[in-house]
Design a protein around this ligand. Sequence first.
Ligand SMILES: NC(=O)c1ccc[n+]([C@@H]2O[C@H](COP(=O)([O-])OP(=O)(O)OC[C@H]3O[C@@H](n4cnc5c(N)ncnc54)[C@H](O)[C@@H]3O)[C@@H](O)[C@H]2O)c1
Length: 337
Amino acid sequence: MNILIVGAGGFIGSHLSEEILKSHRDWKIKALDISSDKVSLLLNDSNFEFYKCDILKEFELQEELVKQCDVVLPLAAIASPLVYVQNPLCVFELDFEANLRIVRWCVQHKKRVIFPSTSEVYGMCSDQEYDEESSNCVTGPINKQRWIYSCSKQMLDRVVYAYGQRDGLQFTLFRPFNWIGSRLDDIYNENNGSSRVVTQFLSNILHGKPINLVDGGNQIRCFTDITDAIGALVKIIENKNGCANQQIFNIGNPYNELSIKELAYMIVDLAKGYDKVRSLAEKTEIKELQAAEYYGKSYQDVQRRVPSIKKAEQILGWKPSATTKEAIKKIMDYYFG
Ligand SMILES: NC(=O)c1ccc[n+]([C@@H]2O[C@H](COP(=O)([O-])OP(=O)(O)OC[C@H]3O[C@@H](n4cnc5c(N)ncnc54)[C@H](O)[C@@H]3O)[C@@H](O)[C@H]2O)c1
């Protein structure tokens, strides 16, 4: 199987590429990204062809690569809440427009597409567990610009689904729920808000800055270890007996429900076990502040986000196993061990 991974140099793309090169030597990867930093160790593998390419510009190369592959995973996107509020049009242009082009090439050249939706599409849905088939997608007013990411993803979900129905596009949509692991954003970047939550907290400890709990950190999330998550993705790519065709899967760990406040204390506590950051962790202050102070006025949050993973369990035979603590320890071993 020839697999095109767009955004292969990112968090998910790099872990997925690594796993495929290890466990599926009969699969070949064409990897496309603007940066190869996170996949530098894979560049010499004969099953990994890297193309440096900006998907906002180089259309011919992208279409050619789509034509050469059997399966396409368009993973390039902006997935950082601060950018949703500071540069919403950038999010629209990359996450929606650029990815729509790739989806259309998949339709035109009859390629299977495995598209990353997001847990964010459920927005402020109040269901106890979010269900792929029945939960509503609930977003806020237009002046709350943070929803542009959720809406861009939701619209693409709908477009992919409609191409599936009308033109027979073979697709799978997967919805990650807070996947965490090494190489998730840049812990060496000092800017507050430039990363997703786990990286942000680690970065704050490393730079001797306080950890900010936005609105008290009472928001509940389910953190999912990247190794567990990649296991689900590989099963989707394998697609035994076509089981993943025309399906949407939540990929998350409902057994790992945790508040952001609990996460902050857990991270600081675990960091005290590593020589490299012990003294910094002992001094790290955890403070509370309002969302408007941190993200500006156009932010709005989701209070509790828990996936139902019945579909993934039943159809893919997949179940996550790592606790949040185990996942965080693995990240710390990677950076501080
Ligand atoms: N990590 C999660 O928990 C999570 C949750 C929900 C959804 N997702 C979705 O999964 C996908 C992958 O997420 P990730 O965490 O790996 O993100 P990431 O930011 O780590 O990776 C995205 C990659 O896209 C590349 N990219 C950005 N702009 C580009 C351009 N113009 N041309 C070519 N490449 C470009 C970046 O260099 C980066 O390597 C995204 O669509 C994201 O929205 C991720």
